[in-house]
Design a protein around this ligand. Structure first.
Ligand SMILES: NC(=O)c1ccc[n+]([C@@H]2O[C@H](COP(=O)([O-])OP(=O)(O)OC[C@H]3O[C@@H](n4cnc5c(N)ncnc54)[C@H](OP(=O)(O)O)[C@@H]3O)[C@@H](O)[C@H]2O)c1
Length: 331
């Protein structure tokens, strides 16, 4: 089958370029199911793959896209039949297995989640890895005792993909949400998606060596890392949970241990790519039912494969607001 894909090429001068290219599904890697991709989405990691980050993708030319939703086109699995609606997020998709920025993917059955009732393929990709990661962070915090009456929950990098869906979900579930952002012009957006307090990330950052700062938040979801994460952990109230999932600011964390040994704060790691399958299926069902807030239109930008390139550059600079959904199907 001939199909279109946004392919990242490594040119001789070490420059990476993304070009919409015609490919053939016979050249996809082995796998039990061939999926006709209708929607994908843009995540920070996709931009790293598309621009030559070899920690994400080793060999080029390569088709990025860690998310895909579509129909089963061919199945050698007893679990799926032709025409089933499915989604794939994470695992190796879009890292070293050609991903959702192509109109076809071929993957192992073990990666494939049936599209839950109540979610369209587009809605599933509005969430994509970003929404799934927000859901996983929530689940980790709920298991560790988070409840709405304990006080505000902070979300950092709040206008980004994971940040926006985190704000939306927490508000939907009855939490008071504080949102930290670098984007001064997006405060009204954050209020409209559910934040009740907006904080400037630049002002939030404490670079002193104080082991504890005054407790401001009951819990937090951090998408940015570095000094901001250190400040967030030192400002979390006793027995609070801090879900740690991103590095948009920095991958390094240097801080004293006092929040852990004096306040009993928990740092909870979030790995969306490798979550056990049963938990993954359950969280997608949650997102289709009682964790299903209305998605405000302004949270979503829909683009075609041909329109995706500028958004790849934008997300690397932290300039994307909300979620970029990629319509790969023609229909
Ligand atoms: N652990 C996992 O499984 C997992 C899954 C998905 C994503 N992630 C990670 O989570 C992070 C967010 O991903 P995403 O797809 O939501 O990306 P995104 O849409 O680009 O969101 C990141 C947001 O972080 C803020 N930001 C960017 N640069 C910053 C800086 N230097 N200092 C402080 N804040 C900064 C910006 O929001 P404001 O302008 O509002 O501050 C930006 O919109 C990435 O690091 C990604 O790799 C991890």
């Amino acid at each position: 089958m001939q199909y279109q894909a946004l392919v990242a090429y490594e040119r001789e001068n070490g420059v990476f370029e993304q070009v919409v290219t015609e490919l053939n599904s016979d050249n996809l890697p082995a796998g039990e199911v061939l999926i006709k991709v209708e929607y994908s989405s843009l995540n920070y990691k996709d931009a790293l793959s598309a621009t030559g980050n070899k920690g994400v993708t080793r060999k080029y030319p390569f088709t990025p896209g860690i998310d895909a939703a579509g129909y089963i086109a061919e199945s050698h699995s007893s679990r799926f039949k032709e025409g089933d609606q499915v989604l794939v997020t994470g695992y190796d998709l879009g890292m070293n297995t050609p991903g959702g920025f192509g109109q076809y993917i071929r993957v192992p059955t073990a990666w494939v989640v049936p599209l839950p009732l109540g979610l369209s393929m587009k809605h599933a990709m509005i969430h994509g890895t970003a929404g799934y990661t927000a859901a996983l962070a929530l689940q980790r915090m709920l298991v560790n005792g988070m409840a709405p009456d304990q006080g505000p929950v902070l979300v950092t990098g709040a206008t980004g993909g994971v940040g926006s869906i985190s704000v939306l979900l927490l508000d939907h579930l009855g939490y008071e949400v504080s949102a930290a952002t670098l984007k001064e012009e997006k405060h009204d957006y954050l209020r409209r998606i559910g934040a009740s307090e907006i904080i400037s990330s630049a002002e939030l950052k404490d670079t002193t060596d104080r082991g504890l700062l005054s407790g401001r938040w009951a819990h937090a979801i951090d998408t940015v890392g570095g000094d901001i994460l250190s400040t967030v952990v030192r400002s979390t109230k006793p027995f609070g949970n801090v879900a740690v999932l991103g590095l948009a600011n920095s991958s390094l964390l240097t801080m004293p241990v006092f929040p852990f040994i004096i306040r009993g704060v928990n740092m909870l790691g979030v790995n969306s790519a490798e979550t056990p399958y049963d938990l993954r299926v359950q969280l997608w069902k949650n997102l289709a039912t009682f964790w299903k807030p209305e998605i405000p239109e302004e949270l979503v930008t829909e683009v075609s494969l041909g329109e995706l390139k500028p958004y790849i550059e934008k997300i690397l600079k932290g300039k994307v607001t909300g979620r970029v959904v990629v319509k790969t199907g023609e229909g």
